[in-house]
Design a protein around this ligand. Structure first.
Ligand code: UT7
Length: 323
């Protein structure tokens, strides 16, 4: 028998304010055609007044708990992947814990930028496999609209806000790739690429700062590193590309998504794509795509799913799981 962390529920929250590409044409030297052609993005959601990373994370967590048929106090570990916590501290996770009315267990944040959900899922898996938690909730939530430079056309048109969550539960498997649950994880980072994607503020500057990105440099790393990490994770799960039902990639750029699928030898009809409607929501993008993929009827119980992401750090990784 092999212990597995099985996904019992998934949910998401998107702010009601939708901003179409054309809205940027009023203030920036850009246009809908450029944004669509270079990124695949058509629109994104932006948080409204009073909406925060923790409030969106709480809404997504409630939806995932509802699907799992669980209440907050059924959960031992709550992890929020975010780079845009409401405050420097306490963690977004403890704020979510309070907003959910969860009176037990423990909560903490993980910060690995756009790869944050992959890192958080891997950590939740480790907590469950080590027996430290029987149930976990992993949330990716971001308000990147609050760290954008609205005068920089090369970045501000690319990002959006939102939250997604999954509920995990320990279950006994037989130790083969036929098991439901997380089958393997692969995490990587290389801090020498710091300058490619960072926020120019923080405790050391006394400001919140705004996002700075050398987009075309990040792009060059993305397809190669994403296909490598997905291949590594698939090999350690004991599965091959032909076994995969769905790739659920980080939703940053349709050209990165297409390039990675091609390198993995998978057709685009096996890829869950939401980038056109959400933009890049950083750590929220994969759980949002998982939730939308389930709601669309794409991802079904028993499907083999490969998730992969890369972001600031650089940090990247992949998780292979059976839904
Ligand atoms: O999630 C974390 C990881 N992040 C990513 O994965 C993002 C990776 N990078 C990308 O998605 C792409 O590199 C971008 C979408 C950011 C840019 O696409 P690109 O094909 O790499 O374009 P580029 O940066 O090489 O820029 C091409 C041109 C430049 O003009 P010149 O220098 O050739 O005259 C830019 O100034 O496009 C210009 N440009 C724009 N034009 C109209 C940049 N932004 C815009 C814009 N509208 N919004």
């Amino acid at each position: 028998m092999t212990l597995r962390a099985v996904i019992k529920g998934v949910g998401h929250y998107l702010p009601t304010r939708i901003v179409e590409n054309a809205e940027f044409e009023a203030t920036l030297d850009t246009n809908d055609e450029w944004i669509r052609a270079r990124s695949g993005i058509e629109r994104r959601h932006f948080a409204g007044d009073g909406e925060t990373t923790s409030s969106m994370a709480t809404a997504a967590a409630r939806a995932a708990l509802d699907m799992a048929g669980l209440v907050p106090d059924d959960v031992d570990a709550l992890i929020v992947a975010t780079s845009t916590a409401d405050l420097t501290f306490p963690s977004a996770a403890t704020m979510v814990q309070a907003q959910l009315g969860m009176t037990r267990g423990f909560a903490f944040d993980i910060q690995a930028v756009c790869a944050g959900f992959i890192f958080a899922l891997s950590n939740a898996n480790a907590l469950i496999l080590s027996g430290q938690a029987k149930r976990g909730i992993v949330i990716g939530a971001e308000t990147f609209s609050r760290i954008l430079d609205w005068t920089d056309r090369s970045t501000c048109v690319l990002f959006g806000d939102g939250a997604g969550a999954v509920v995990l539960e320990a279950a006994q498997g037989v130790g083969t790739p036929a098991d439901r649950g997380i089958l393997s994880t692969d995490l990587k980072s290389d801090g020498t690429y710091r300058e490619l994607l960072y926020v120019d503020g923080g405790v050391s500057t006394g400001t919140t700062g705004v996002l700075r990105m050398q987009g075309n440099q990040v792009f060059r790393h993305a397809v190669e590193k994403l296909s490598q990490t997905a291949t590594t994770a698939m090999a350690s799960a004991g599965v091959e590309a032909c076994d995969v039902d769905w790739i659920v990639p980080h939703q940053a750029n349709i050209r990165i998504i297409q390039g990675t699928a091609k390198k993995l030898g998978l057709p685009m009809d096996k890829v869950v794509v939401t980038v056109q409607d959400h933009g890049n929501t950083s750590a929220a993008s994969i759980p949002l795509a998982l939730s939308v993929g389930v709601a669309r009827g794409q991802i079904k119980r028993g499907d083999l799913v490969v998730t992969e992401a890369i972001g600031g750090g650089l940090a990247w990784g992949a998780v292979v799981l059976r839904w």
